[in-house]
Design a protein around this ligand. Structure first.
Ligand SMILES: [Cu+2]
Length: 117
């Protein structure tokens, strides 16, 4: 068999398949502190492929939101869970590549990011 040239199939550039990624909103995030070690959303940064779905679960006893944008500039309208009660989930499918910052409008120290490649 003929050997394929190395540059045609580098492992690092193989396209990722769409996947489902779970992010937890952990207990205690309604008081500041989680931001010090990026534990307000776990994981706080998700890198995934176009077409993937991220599912956030509120594992805290308090209500939170998952809102695209930043605390400084406000919601940007890409996605918004609105008030997410304890135990509830919110999901969003990312159909376009980009870097998506998000935060909790109730507790603006809670920030996270989804990077879609
Ligand atoms: Cu919150």
């Amino acid at each position: 068999m003929e050997e394929a040239p190395m540059e045609e199939a580098p492992m690092e550039e193989a396209p990722m398949e769409p996947e489902t990624v779970e992010v937890s909103i952990p207990k205690g995030t309604s008081t500041p502190g989680c931001e010090a070690n990026e534990k307000c959303f776990i994981p706080s940064t998700v890198t995934t492929s176009v077409g993937s779905t991220v599912i956030w679960t509120n594992d805290d006893s308090a209500a939170h939101t998952v809102t695209s944008g930043t605390a400084v500039n406000g919601p940007d309208g890409v996605f918004d869970s609105s008030i997410l009660m304890s135990g509830k989930t919110f999901e969003h499918t990312f159909d376009e590549a980009g870097s998506y910052d998000y935060f909790c409008v109730v507790h603006p120290w809670m920030t996270g990011k989804v990077i879609v490649v």
